[in-house]
Ligand binder design. Structure first.
Ligand SMILES: [Zn+2]
Length: 143
């Protein structure tokens, strides 16, 4: 368990199987980045880039992620900011603050989610079942 105080950006197409500590793997193709939790606990932190999640800024080959990375789903509950490849420890978050961020995450995700086709698919499936049973009923009459 060695914590890191910097993340070296590495631009890749695919995130590798074995993620090295201290490296921020950035895939532009899949709009995501992955690194191992900077506290040294070894858990993989995935930061997708989209308006509801993270954004990445590059300056002189140094990257910054915003907002901060709060790993409250991990036992370590580490919380830090990646700024110019450096890790700025943000201190642990109170349960109330975590809950507030999670609520905001859910709201953002709902607001930015693309329209889901499942509703239409449900109707279609319902219509198909109705139609199949009608056919079965007609067949039954003929027999
Ligand atoms: Zn950790």
């Amino acid at each position: 368990m060695t914590s890191v105080d910097r993340l070296e950006p590495r631009f890749v197409e695919y995130i590798p199987e074995d993620v090295e500590p201290g490296v921020l793997y950035i895939s532009r193709r899949f709009s995501t980045a992955t690194h191992l939790c900077c506290c040294g606990c070894g858990r993989e932190v995935v930061t997708p880039f989209n308006p509801a999640k993270w954004s990445i800024a590059e300056h002189d080959g140094k990257v910054s992620l915003s907002p901060s990375i709060g790993n409250w789903g991990f036992p370590c509950r580490s919380h830090y900011i990646v700024s110019g490849n450096r890790i700025l420890w943000a201190g642990s978050m109170s349960p109330e603050a975590i809950a507030a961020v999670q609520r905001r995450d859910v709201q953002d995700a709902v607001r930015l989610a693309p329209p889901r086709p499942s509703w239409g698919r449900g109707l279609l499936a319902g219509a198909l079942v109705a139609w199949t049973s009608t056919v079965a009923a007609i067949r039954g009459l003929w027999r």
